[in-house]
Design a protein around this ligand. Structure first.
Ligand SMILES: [Zn+2]
Length: 234
């Protein structure tokens, strides 16, 4: 993919999506003193320059998880925050992150951007070290891959379907966000979509949805399961 496939657009006040085609979206969240880049995904060779066009403030990079499509641009940055449980995914993966230093953070970590605080929350299931990022004041949630209309990749060794269902229920019970910005597919989505994801996930778990052959190259045996606009590769 080249830069032409990139779409950089404002999604809320001082908040930008940097989206590679219909693929991965990274988000730039800007405060009064610093900015936070949530994921450095896609293959934009000048992602850092594009970020610096949007803000002159110092930028901290943080990751929703360690999968390759979210970290391709890390080599353009000096460091990135990540949950320690996903560091091995990055180290053992195919993506060259250059000299980027990985800094462990966990649930409860707060990025104070100046007038805007972003809290890291555990959001496991898709990977063991998945993190979501909550802008409590503005009621925005950046959810990575675990909450997205999917199909969500759930066939890898680092994925756990029961954990995913438990996490979806935990987030469904929260009343902290009005808009969710997933790293894939449509954004934003409303919190009511979590209920749809739970219904789909439970139907898949209980064998009530027939899987079909995915229209993309995936490991043998992986099928796609859809219910409405939610789905899983499993
Ligand atoms: Zn992923």
């Amino acid at each position: 993919m080249n830069e032409m496939n990139y779409n950089i657009h404002q999604v809320a006040e001082n908040t930008w999506a940097m989206q590679e085609g219909t693929m991965v979206s990274s988000y730039l969240v800007i405060g009064s003193e610093t900015a936070l880049l949530i994921d450095a995904g896609g293959m934009l060779p000048e992602m850092r320059e594009r970020v610096e066009e949007l803000t002159g403030l110092p930028v901290t990079v943080t990751l929703t998880h360690g999968h390759g499509d979210h970290i391709h641009c890390l080599k353009q940055f000096e460091s990135a925050c990540v949950d320690p449980a996903d560091i091995e995914l990055i180290r053992g993966g195919q993506t060259d992150i250059g000299k980027c230093v990985l800094k462990p953070i966990g649930p409860g970590h707060i990025f104070d951007l100046g007038g805007r605080q972003i809290e890291a929350l555990g959001l496991r299931g898709h990977t063991r070290g998945g993190l979501a990022y909550l802008d409590r004041q503005n009621r925005l949630l950046f959810s990575g891959d675990t909450i997205n209309l999917g199909p969500v990749f759930m066939f890898m060794p680092e994925s756990d379907f029961d954990v995913l269902i438990a996490e979806l229920k935990r987030y469904d019970a929260m009343d902290d966000f009005d808009l969710i910005f997933p790293a894939h597919n449509k954004h934003p989505i409303g919190p009511e979509k979590i209920k749809d994801m739970i219904a789909c996930a439970e139907a898949v778990r209980d064998g009530k949805i027939e899987g079909t052959e995915p229209q993309r190259p995936l490991p043998p045996g992986v099928k796609v399961y859809m219910k409405g606009d939610c789905g899983f590769f499993r």
